[in-house]
Each structure stands twice: as C-alpha cells, then as structure tokens.
Design a protein around this ligand. Structure first.
Ligand code: CDP
Ligand code: CDP
Length: 194
C-alpha cells in the first residue's frame, strides 16, 4: 500500500505535531523535511556539497531546532541545486511501502504533486511566534521578527516557494488546540482514504 500525506505550512504552524500524530494513527513513516534543510544550513561550507553528502550524523545533531538553524536553513533553501540534491530522497520516502507523511514547505506543490492527501497548516504570525517562543524562550518580539523574516524568504523565493497547493485543504489552527488540529487532520485523511 502506497499512500502519501503532504503537510506544508509556515514556521511553527503545527506541521510536525500533526505529522507525528498522523503517522502514529495510520502507521505511516514520517519525514520532517525541514530537518534536511536545517542540517545543510548548520553544516557550513558549500551548501550544495553538504546537501549531496548529507549523513545520518548531520541529521542527529542536537542544535537543529534553534532559531539560528531555522534562519540558516531558509537561506540555503533558496538555492535550486540544494533543493535538487534533496529531491530524490524525499520522493522515494513518500512512495515507500506502508504509507508516508512528509512535512515541509513544498511537499504538495513540488515533491509530491500526486499526494493522496494535502494539508496546508497555518496560523497567524503572532500565534505561531508565541508557540515557538514557548519552546525556545528568549525575547518573544525577536522570535516574532524571525518567524516573519523566514516566512517572507520562504514565500518569495523563485524555486518551490511556500504556498498552498491548489488541491490542499487549508487548516488554520490559530484558535485550535493541538488535539483539535490533530482531530481535524485525521478526519480529513479518513474521509479521503475511504
Ligand atoms: O512543525 P511546525 O514548525 O509547523 O510546528 P510544531 O513544531 O508542530 O509546533 C510548534 C509548537 O506549537 C509546538 O510546541 C506545538 O506543541 C505547538 N502547537 C500548539 O500549541 N497548538 C497547535 N494547534 C499546534 C502546535
Ligand atoms: O519547524 P519550522 O516550520 O520552523 O521549520 P522547518 O520545517 O524545520 O524548516 C526550516 C526551513 O527549511 C524553512 O524555513 C524553509 O526555508 C526550509 N524548508 C524548505 O525550504 N522546504 C521544505 N520542504 C522544508 C523546509
């Protein structure tokens, strides 16, 4: 059985939380594609070489979830050769036997345009920044500024910009708890899965 769930959206919208819950509920494998870009961003050196030579160790670093890693990821994510180097791995993962859920920015638009389910998870910048601030601490105004800066860079790049696929269901979680957002995603997948 091959079944792909594509979950896209801006920073700290709840993509990862929803993806993990969907993977657990349906027994699908989960790939956090943002981790690939974060690992390339923090590795330093030539980003195209880093993307081509990404190792399990690069993906296991404990500094991938910092604000700095997010910024570094979005800077190297504008480079078409970097995106190209990560493409085959993501596509193969998506079509693995047993089903897969991938979360990122371009899963429904570029990586898996034929995905059986596409969700675009979003929330207001203020709500998303508050959620991220609860995770990383520091100055909340700075977290909001960084979230907005990263979103703008992701939406305005020429290659694979962040936007909902034409056939994606948009889920605005601004006023939803985690449990409500997960329930809405699972209900949508169950309806499409038949
Ligand atoms: O993967 P993404 O950056 O889109 O977001 P996430 O890591 O799943 O969620 C960011 C933070 O927001 C986590 O701490 C979640 O627990 C929290 N969250 C929330 O409070 N309410 C939601 N409806 C979704 C996520
Ligand atoms: O968890 P959060 O939403 O904050 O970020 P992430 O999903 O880990 O992605 C980090 C950065 O990687 C994004 O801001 C994008 O610039 C880039 N990215 C991308 O270009 N395409 C993807 N499929 C996933 C991430």
């Amino acid at each position: 059985m091959r079944f792909t769930v594509a979950i896209d959206g801006p920073a700290a919208a709840g993509k990862g939380t929803i993806s993990r819950a969907v993977a657990a509920r349906f027994g699908f494998a989960h790939l956090d594609t943002g981790a690939l870009y974060r690992a390339v961003g923090v590795k330093g050196g030539d980003p195209v070489a880093a993307a081509r030579g990404l190792t399990a160790g690069d993906l296991a670093r404990d500094d991938l979830r910092t604000l700095e890693a997010g910024q570094a990821a979005s800077r190297i994510a504008v480079i078409p050769e970097v995106r190209q180097a990560l493409l085959d791995f993501q596509r193969a993962f998506a079509r693995r036997e047993g089903g897969a859920v991938l979360d990122g920015r371009d899963i429904g638009t570029v990586i898996c345009p034929g995905a059986e389910v596409k969700l675009f998870v979003t929330a207001s910048p203020e709500v998303r920044a508050h959620r991220r601030w609860l995770e990383v601490g520091g100055d909340e105004a700075r977290v909001l500024a960084e979230v907005k800066e990263r979103d703008a860079r992701d939406m305005n790049r020429a290659d694979a910009p962040l936007k909902p696929a034409a056939d994606a269901m948009v889920l605005d979680t601004s006023e939803m708890s985690i449990d409500e957002a997960v329930a809405a995603a699972i209900a949508h997948i169950e309806a499409l899965r038949g």
